[in-house]
Design a protein around this ligand. Sequence first.
Ligand code: ITT
Length: 212
Amino acid sequence: MKTILFATHNDGKMKEVREILQDPALSVLSLKDAKIALEVEETGSSFEENALQKATQIADWCQKSGALDLPGCEPSEIIVLADDSGLEIDRLGGEPGIYSARYMGRDTSYREKNANLIARLEGVPKEERTARFVCAIAAVFPDKTHAVTRGVVEGYIGWEESGENGFGYDPIFYLYENDRSTASLLPEEKNGISHRGRALRRMKEILDERNG
Ligand code: ITT
């Protein structure tokens, strides 16, 4: 059984990662499962750089501290994955982009962040409200090599929040195909088309190739 340590403190992401990576041959652990409280730095200028930073910092830390004290889990065989993602709004010059989690401060509620973004687009017509969710997934393998994948889903920013599923900016991100927000989709519907679903399925192909 292959062990994946997924380097995120975001519970919304972690839930989706578990849903997307379902495979009896994979054991997927969160930082919480591994009792790792380390906060990683994000100083890169792209989603890819930040994802790789997160995965590398956690992989280095695990190796140095021999940290994982979990039954059936050999620290030297763990693959560390990380996700850096965010929302790019064209009319706002790509904001909040790589600063999506930090936009208006980490402790500001998403109700306020979403209301602020909608207010900044006041009077902007639908065709100019284009936006996308972007996700980079990085993997650091036990031999220290790495891989990075990217997934994107295109849409637009609506005029009000809708839907109770998902997390973060999902209530204001709408799909052109059906004019529904990604917070209105069932988890499996969102994962089927999402930036994270796309990037993670690409990464899963790389993991499977390396295995075979
Ligand atoms: P980790 O670094 O611990 O993984 P984080 O929340 O800080 O958690 P990021 O730096 O990658 O992660 O920021 C991603 C932010 O982008 C996230 O907090 C949301 O605000 C937003 N975001 C990313 N994917 C999203 C999704 O599927 N739905 C809604 N918002 C999303």
